[in-house]
Write a protein that binds this ligand. Structure first.
Ligand SMILES: [Fe+2]
Length: 318
């Protein structure tokens, strides 16, 4: 275990994993030191996921730590903000309320496929930190996958075919309905009240496009910028061939062998770079309660754009 600053410890998230680090023993007091904040920021850019353990964990620590990585923003949808602190998104499942899915024959509350947060909007948030408030006794893990590693294992032929192309996204509240996220055997059994509220207005949100590949500014590494969740297809090729290409690319994004699944303990916090790391939710047993808080770290990589907001732009006479 190597020491980055003498007061906290940094170690790999898991041996052999191409991303992620564990940061142990970080306290709120340490964040007063500008060089510590800078070191944590640089570590995050390098590793993509930071798991904070055995340190301070509270609303104040959650907010202050998040601020090391960028300004905070409130979630796009008011219905998922915390009642007491709007900068915190409340991710919750209760036996009596919460989205419930049949996931390959097993009932799971608040299950989520591999996705980037807010990819259905033109400006994808920079990142987020998750912290548990109530951990279920079963399941409830969060998965993470690195999209720099995904690009590196993409065959050159696929790299050539996606260069310069874009993916179209839209808000899809029924998570059993994500065409490219391996949801063939996932069915929504019950929609959360907050999901119903968003669904009601779904036709008022524009579709957006994001480039399939971009280069990480600080390191020059290429990122496979594809979220299987919320994807509708390839903007430049809406044909079956385009869909087949996107399915093939998404298989590389969702390789479970290269994923890290975090098994939550109280006091944990996990930060991820939403511009290069996908995440997913294993879901909760329908009889259990799970409550998590998440910050939304602001930023705009300035490569997303809305489409079709002012009506059709294509010529139908073809
Ligand atoms: Fe998410």
């Amino acid at each position: 275990m190597a020491s980055v600053a003498s007061r906290y410890e940094v170690a790999p998230l898991r041996d052999g994993l191409p991303f992620g680090a564990t940061v142990s023993g970080l306290t709120l007091d340490m964040l007063k030191d500008e060089s510590t904040r800078k070191a944590l920021y640089d570590l995050w850019i390098d590793k993509g996921v930071l798991y904070f353990r055995d340190g301070d964990s509270s609303d104040d620590m959650h907010m202050e730590l998040s601020a090391c990585f960028g300004p905070l923003e409130e979630h796009l949808f008011p219905s998922v903000r915390s009642e007491t602190n709007p900068a915190l998104t409340k991710i919750k499942f209760f036996p009596e309320d919460g989205s419930l899915y049949d996931v390959r024959g097993e009932p799971r509350g608040s299950w989520l496929p591999w996705h980037s947060d807010l990819v259905y909007s033109a400006s994808i948030n920079r990142g987020g930190i998750l912290r548990p408030d109530q951990i279920p006794p079963r399941f409830g893990k969060t998965g993470y996958l690195c999209q720099i590693a995904a690009y590196e294992r993409l065959p050159q032929s696929l790299r050539d075919r996606i260069e310069g192309k874009h993916v179209v996204y839209e808000i899809t509240i029924d998570h059993g309905d994500h065409t490219f996220a391996d949801t063939d055997e996932v069915t929504c059994l019950r929609m959360a009240a907050s999901g119903e509220a968003i669904q009601k207005n779904k036709f008022t949100y524009p579709r957006v496009v994001h480039p399939m590949v971009y280069t990480q500014e600080k390191t020059g590494r290429k990122v496979l910028n594809v979220s299987p969740g919320f994807a509708l297809g390839i903007y430049e090729d809406g044909s079956w061939a385009g869909d087949a290409l996107l399915h093939e690319v998404c298989k590389y994004c969702m390789d479970p062998e290269l994923a890290y699944f975090h098994d939550w303990q109280m006091g944990d916090m996990v930060l991820w770079d939403n511009w290069r790391v996908l995440h997913c939710a294993e879901g909760t047993h329908p009889e259990d309660t799970r409550v998590m808080y998440r910050t939304t770290i602001s930023g705009d990589y300035a490569m997303g754009r809305p489409i079709g907001i002012d009506g059709p732009t294509a010529d139908y006479d073809i």
